[in-house]
Each structure stands twice: as structure tokens, then as C-alpha cells.
Design a protein around this ligand. Structure first.
Ligand code: PGA
Length: 259
């Protein structure tokens, strides 16, 4: 079992939060309430346009060891030059971001491939950003071929990296954006978390594999979080829909305090 002290909870707002006022309210309330969530390391990943608003509300620039931090939802693998519409890792770093979600299934669906994902991890790490690397199968089958897919995604994103700084977010695609009852069951999650650690040990060695947090994502909310944490062996969650509203997110954080 990994020696992860705090649960890591990442709020992936996707495009759910649209307005600066909503983002500001969320960030201010969360920052005030963080004192009650000592067991949680919380990251909020707004859409790019809302990053400065959230950074200002967190008043986090230059502060070390803040318990609530900023993440981004994706990053360009390019660092400068003629790349219209791209946002680079150094730009995110300058905006106060400390981690970035990479390889989310919705980005893979939009065309990002394994080569892009590997380059994004490298670029994020080179700027001092932690990569929140998403892996997960589209569907499960009784022969267990979904394990091969997860292993290939891990291997292609991390191989040949020197000491990558990353967190794994295991997100079975079939469980994303559904109801809490349709999330993965804790026993299946536990089996997959063990498989991910074993695969990481093969790629990077046992010590980094044990230290790497493995989050779960896919229809997590306050009603299923406790059992997923307690019986699923995850180090925390990557949360979509339930993270877009401050009340449901606080409710979820409350549950994660007492697994
Ligand atoms: P969900 O999204 O919590 O809405 O299922 C999770 C994710 O895609 O990161």
C-alpha cells in the first residue's frame, strides 16, 4: 500500500464553470473552508480563461505549501514560437498553476495520441508542473484485455522519462459522467489500482511506484466517495461534475475527511 498521507482531490471543472463570478465565489468559499479539510490536498482545474480569477481568489502566488492549488486541464507540448491557440507549460507556471491534467479521455477523443501525451508530460515536468496522467479503458471485457490498454497508456506516457513527477488518475471511460451508482465498484477499483502500481513498478521501479498517488475518476460524488476511498484503495479522486458546484464539492470533501 502506498504511503500517501493526504487524499488528493482534483476538481476538473471541464466547461461546467463558465463565468468569472462563479469561479471567484467557488474559490473564495473553498479557500475559507480549507481549514476544515486537513486530510485533503485539493487542486482546482478551471478552464484556461478562469485561471487568473481563481489564482487571485486563492491569493496563492509565491505561497508554498498551500493546501489548495491550481491545476490546468491540458497543456501544449510546445514551449514557444509559432503555435496558434496553444498554452504552454511555462505560461501555466507563470499563472500560478502547479499541476496539469494530461491524457484525459475527452482530450484523447479529440485527437491527442500517445506521442502527444508523452511530450506533454515531459514539457509539464520541465517547467516544474506535476502531470496528472489520466489512463483508463473505454470498456471492460471478461478476458481482461482492458488491463493491456492501461499498461500501454502508462508505458507510452512514462517510458524514457527520467524521474517523472506525476500522479495517476485512473478513469474508466465507461464510468465518466454517469450517476454515482454507475461508478466503478470498490473491489474492481482495488484490483485495478494494484495492477497500476505493479505496472508502474515495471516501468519505473518499485520505490517510485509505491510513492505515486493513484486517483480514481468517474461519477464520484458525496454518496459513493467514502466506500471508493475505504475499499477501493485509491489515493483520492479526479472529480468532474460534482466539482463544478461549490456545495456539492464541499459535501464531497467532508465525506473524504472520514473514510
Ligand atoms: P465525472 O468526470 O466526475 O463527471 O464523471 C470525471 C472526469 O472526467 O474527470
Amino acid at each position: 500500500m502506498a504511503c500517501v498521507k493526504k487524499h488528493i482531490i482534483v476538481a476538473n471543472w471541464k466547461m461546467y464553470v463558465e463565468k468569472p463570478d462563479t469561479a471567484k465565489h467557488f474559490a473564495s468559499v473553498l479557500r475559507r473552508r480549507m481549514r476544515s479539510f486537513k486530510n485533503a490536498d485539493v487542486l482546482v482545474a478551471p478552464p484556461f480563461l478562469l485561471i487568473p480569477t481563481v489564482a487571485a481568489a486563492f491569493k496563492m502566488k509565491g505561497k508554498k505549501n498551500a493546501t489548495v492549488r491550481l491545476a490546468a486541464q491540458t497543456v501544449s507540448a510546445k514551449t514557444d514560437g509559432k503555435h496558434t491557440g496553444e498554452i504552454s507549460a511555462p505560461m501555466l507556471k507563470n499563472a500560478g498553476v502547479s499541476a496539469v491534467i494530461i491524457g484525459h479521455s475527452e482530450r484523447r477523443e479529440a485527437g491527442e495520441g500517445e506521442v502527444d501525451i508523452h511530450a506533454q508530460v515531459e514539457s509539464a515536468n520541465a517547467s516544474g508542473l506535476v502531470a496528472i496522467l489520466c489512463v483508463g479503458e473505454r470498456e471492460r471485457d471478461p478476458s481482461g484485455s482492458h488491463f493491456n490498454i492501461i499498461a500501454e497508456q502508462l508505458s507510452s506516457a512514462l517510458k524514457n522519462s527520467k524521474m517523472p513527477k506525476f500522479i495517476i488518475a485512473y478513469e474508466p471511460v465507461w464510468a465518466i459522467g454517469k450517476s454515482a451508482e454507475q461508478a466503478m465498484k470498490p473491489a474492481e477499483l482495488q484490483e485495478t489500482v494494484i495492477f497500476i502500481r505493479k505496472t508502474l513498478a515495471d516501468i519505473l521501479g518499485r520505490a517510485p511506484a509505491l510513492k505515486t498517488p493513484v486517483l480514481y475518476g468517474g461519477s464520484v460524488d458525496a454518496t459513493n466517495a467514502r466506500e471508493l476511498l475505504r475499499d477501493g484503495g485509491a489515493s483520492g479522486f479526479l472529480v468532474g461534475r460534482a466539482s463544478a458546484d461549490i456545495d456539492s464539492f464541499i459535501e464531497l470533501l467532508n465525506v473524504c475527511q472520514k473514510p
